[in-house]
Structures are given as structure tokens and as C-alpha cells.
Design a protein around this ligand. Structure first.
Ligand SMILES: *Cc1c(COP(=O)(O)O)cnc(C)c1O
Length: 386
């Protein structure tokens, strides 16, 4: 049996896979089982920040693997402490909890918000306002946080304690704050899975204002938008705000599983020994990889991300068959006249791998994608959309 048959026989049916097997990658190029070459515009869903098998990252990771691959959180290890220090130094936040995925990072943020609110206001203040069309993960708590019925429907009853506000509707935000005993407001500055839709500056300002007036925590989900993806280190920085908690994962490890809940001053001591934990969290190999990734996301790289973003937007926004391009940095959604799935299929045949988000073609290329490959990919997307 070939791999596709083995996979369909033995892997749970939760994924609709594209019909190719990826065998080998190098930077922004990847090769399938027939040796066909593709330009990768998806980065494993914003994970491979510096592309496939980046040499610098690979060296750091393999060096750590030959030192200590795992220790549990019963002992100190250097990569985990250094990574937490770097995240805090770069953001002005106070402490970090390491998890292994975006959903788990959000679980930690939700637990922290509930405990903080219970201790400062009372245990009935557990409601968290999230946004309609958001995505926060697939565990039962983060599923409840996700404001999309399609993800909920087969898994009721939902965990209580979440209400959903329509992004942009400040009246609804005020109404929900008044009608519920709330702990926090949690949101993505750019809704990723929801169709790559940035929030407006006015709405984000209103969230922060309402949170301040009502003593609610502000939680930014930077799982997809974080680690340079948006053109800033974290996307909340575009809006000039400072959350009480932000979470991140995807691009942080450069291809290894790691998530982080990053805690500001207010909540830095909310979680105490025994109140939360993770066996794999802070794994030294993942942290060593993440440390090398985060160290390389400097102002020069971020400028480059912004320039590449502008180039993609300018090339595509008025092209034939394209209605709009939305997003920030190298996280872009293209609304095409043709169904997105058709455009993605034509691109794949033309040697370019794209993703989708709702009804859009979604681009999440490596932050360091070379200009010549980017230009080639954009021209294939343009032709496929026309
Ligand atoms: C992908 C994603 C998650 C979930 O991350 P996992 O690592 O798949 O658990 C949560 N929030 C946002 C915004 C995401 O894009």
C-alpha cells in the first residue's frame, strides 16, 4: 500500500488532506513523492517561520537533542528559562507558562483569568467575552471560547462561561459587559481561521477602554499572528495596546510544538505551584529552537515582512478575478471570484502551495521567503485567480 492508502486506512478522518505527500523541504521549497517542486506559501499553517529545515535552527535543535531532550518540569533547564526571559524582555511582560500548542496556551490564559477574577472580584465573575467568528482551539474550553457554531455543533454541551460579541459592534460589547459577570475579553487582532480579518483600531481601543472601566483582563490570542507574522513581533503592537495576557504558539518553535501564555504584571503571580502544569511544557529542544527563532525576529526582518506584504497586496488587490486582499504582514487572505478551493488547486498544479480560510485563499509564507520565489508564487496565484 502506498502512504496515502495507509494514511486513509489508519489515521482518524479529521483532516481533508491535499492529494500530495510532502517528502523533503528546503527553505521555501518543498518536494512531493514524485519529486515535484513547490513554493510553499503556507509554512505548515504559520509554523515554519524560517521555512523548511532552516540550517541555523536545525543546528541549535540538533545540538540540544544531543544534550538533553526532555527533563520534565521537576528540574531547571537552560533553554526554557532563557526563552521566557527573551519573551519578557522583548514585550515588557512579566512571566511565561509554556505549553505545547495554541489551544493549551489559551487554556492557561482562561484558567489564569478565572482565578484572577475569582480572587479579586468573586468566583461568580467567570465569564469571558470572545468574538463571533473567532478561533481559539479545539479542546473543550477553547472550543467554547471559539465564536463559531460550526465547531460547536457535535460537541454539546459547551463549557459554560463564554459569550460572543460581534467584532466592530461596540454597543453589543457594552451590553455583554453589563449583562454578565465578566473576567476578561479575549480576541485575535487579526481573525485568522475566520477569514484573515483585522479588527479596526477603533474597536480594539474600545475593548481596552471597556476592560479598564470594568476591571476586565485583556487577552490577545497571538497563536497565529505572533512571532513576526504580522510585521510586528506581536500583532497587538500594531494597535498600540498592552494586553494583560497574550498567548502564542504556531510560529514560535519554527516547526516544533510549543505554546506560551505570557502574563503581564497584574496576573504574574495568579498561578501558583500545583494550579497548572504540563509534562512536555518547556521542553528543552522546542525551547532551544524557539530561542533561535525569536532572536532572529529583529527590526530588519520585520521591515522585510512589511515590504513583502505590501508587494503581495499591491500585486494582487486589483488583479483580474481578485475582489480583495486583507490581513497584516505575511498573513493575508485573498477573496477570489472563483471558489478559493479551485484557485488553490490550480496553484498546486502550478507548483505553489496555498491555504484557505473560510472562503478565502490564505497566504502564510515563511518570514524569510526569498524575493524571487515570492514573485514567482504571486504570478502563479494571479494567473490561477484570473
Ligand atoms: C491555530 C490557532 C489556535 C489553536 O492552536 P493549536 O496549536 O492548533 O492548538 C488557537 N488560536 C488561534 C488564533 C489559532 O490560529
Amino acid at each position: 500500500m502506498d502512504i496515502k492508502n495507509v494514511d486513509s486506512t489508519y489515521i482518524a478522518n479529521t483532516y481533508n488532506r491535499f492529494p500530495i505527500q510532502l517528502c523533503k523541504g528546503n527553505g521555501s521549497l518543498v518536494y512531493d513523492e514524485n519529486g515535484k517542486e513547490y513554493i510553499d506559501m503556507g509554512s505548515g499553517i504559520a509554523v515554519n517561520s524560517f521555512g523548511f529545515c532552516d540550517e541555523e535552527w536545525q543546528n541549535v535543535v540538533t545540538a540540544q537533542i544531543s544534550q538533553i531532550q526532555h527533563s520534565s518540569n521537576l528540574y531547571y533547564t537552560e533553554p526554557c528559562a532563557k526563552l521566557a526571559e527573551l519573551i519578557c524582555k522583548k514585550t515588557g511582560m512579566s512571566k511565561v507558562f509554556f505549553a505545547n500548542s495554541g489551544a493549551e496556551a489559551n487554556e492557561c490564559a482562561i484558567k489564569t483569568a478565572r482565578k484572577y477574577a475569582a480572587e479579586t472580584k468573586g468566583s461568580e465573575f467567570y465569564t469571558i467575552i470572545t468574538l463571533k467568528n473567532s478561533f481559539h482551539g479545539r479542546t473543550l474550553a477553547t472550543l467554547a471560547a471559539t465564536g463559531q457554531d460550526v465547531f460547536h455543533k457535535d460537541f454539546l454541551p459547551l463549557m459554560p462561561g463564554f459569550v460572543y460579541a460581534q467584532a466592530g459592534d461596540t454597543d453589543e460589547l457594552h451590553r455583554l459587559v453589563n449583562e454578565n459577570k465578566c473576567a476578561a475579553i479575549m480576541f485575535e487582532c487579526v481573525q485568522g481561521e475566520g477569514g484573515v480579518i483585522p479588527l479596526s483600531q477603533e474597536y480594539v481601543d474600545e475593548i481596552v477602554k471597556v476592560a479598564k472601566e470594568n476591571n476586565l483582563l485583556v487577552i490577545c490570542d497571538e497563536v497565529q499572528t505572533g512571532n513576526g507574522r504580522s510585521g510586528e513581533l506581536y500583532s497587538y503592537m500594531h494597535y498600540g495596546i498592552k494586553p494583560d495576557i497574550f498567548t502564542t504558539a504556531k510560529g514560535l518553535g519554527g516547526g516544533l510544538p510549543i505554546g506560551a501564555a505570557v502574563l503581564g504584571e497584574k496576573v504574574q503571580n495568579t498561578l501558583t505551584a500545583g494550579t497548572h502544569g504540563s509534562t512536555f511544557g518547556g521542553n528543552p529542544v522546542c525551547c532551544a529552537g524557539a530561542l533561535s527563532i525569536l532572536n532572529r525576529i529583529d527590526s530588519r526582518l520585520l521591515e522585510d515582512v512589511k515590504k513583502k506584504s505590501e508587494y503581495i497586496i499591491n500585486s494582487l488587490c486589483s488583479a483580474k478575478g481578485i475582489e480583495s486582499v486583507t490581513g497584516l504582514g505575511l498573513m493575508l487572505g485573498i477573496k477570489t471570484v472563483k471558489p478559493a478551493s479551485d484557485v488553490i488547486k490550480i496553484c498546486m498544479e502550478g507548483g505553489v502551495l496555498c491555504l484557505s480560510a473560510k472562503d478565502k485563499v490564505r497566504l502564510l509564507p515563511a518570514l524569510n521567503i526569498p524575493w524571487n520565489l515570492l514573485e514567482k508564487a504571486v504570478s502563479v496565484i494571479k494567473t490561477a485567480s484570473a
